[in-house]
Design a protein around this ligand. Structure first.
Ligand code: ZN
Length: 241
């Protein structure tokens, strides 16, 4: 099986379409979303429609959670993110909100597991930027391989060696090691590279490939401005921050 893993799509339909066009030529058997389908950008309905129609295997991200649970207090969010959550709530149908509300926090798929943040207390939405951030996570990871998102920075952690590899093109999975692989973000990369990120896990070849796909983010920026969302959500797309 070959899995395409898409993290943090964040209502960016242009980036999502570019990623799916690339994935089409890659012999993908199954599509996986690591959460945060919506939030920040201006095409939440279109992105949800693709994910739902494509039967993606999905876990819940913090933006999915906060958009769908209308009574959730947004004080943990930065002003721009909170404004986008409030705007997104208005765009979605009751059926979409119900879909987001009932997404699982953790999902086992085949020989791997997926979560938006970390396996220990996934509802706390912890960030994994450094090896020290992953200790409690790895104590909860029984599978060899786990994929996550949330930081919008593609990197992976190898538990045994405690190595943080901040950029990878192809990761060959060692049989006796445990990995946490962050696939980066489709719709709002934050590693200084504005191209959309996604990963392909090839089960037979035991490897994970990170792919970066250029797309026309000026269209996304125009939609953000037209929607009246904060300007900064548009400008950051050009610099990948
Ligand atoms: Zn996110």
């Amino acid at each position: 099986m070959r899995y395409a893993l898409l993290g943090d799509i964040h209502s960016n339909i242009e980036a999502l379409q570019a990623v799916l066009a690339d994935a089409k030529g890659q012999g993908i058997d199954r599509y996986v979303s690591l959460g945060d389908i919506i939030g920040y950008n201006a095409s939440p309905r279109e992105c949800l429609e693709i994910v739902r129609a494509g039967n993606f295997l999905v876990v819940r991200g913090n933006h999915d959670h906060y958009c769908a649970n209308l009574k959730q207090d947004l004080s943990d969010f930065h002003a721009g993110a909170a404004a986008a959550v409030l705007w997104t709530r208005e765009q979605l149908a009751a059926d979409d909100l119900e879909y987001l509300r009932t997404l699982p926090m953790v999902l086992s798929i085949d020989d791997f597991i997926i979560v938006h943040a970390t396996l220990d207390n996934p509802e706390l939405w912890n960030y994994t930027f450094e090896a020290a951030d992953t200790e409690a996570h790895f104590a909860s990871q029984s599978t060899k391989l786990c994929f996550n998102g949330h930081t919008h920075v593609p990197l992976y952690f190898d538990r045994r060696a405690q190595i943080l590899c901040s950029s990878y093109n192809k990761l060959d999975l060692h049989e006796f090691r445990k990995y946490l692989v962050n696939v980066g973000s489709v719709g709002q990369p934050r590693d200084g590279d504005p191209r959309a990120a996604y990963a392909i896990y090839d089960q037979e070849k035991h490897n994970v490939e990170l792919r970066r796909i250029a797309y026309d983010y000026t269209l996304t920026q125009d939609k953000i401005k037209q929607a009246g969302l904060p300007e900064r959500l548009a400008t950051r797309l050009a610099i990948g921050r």
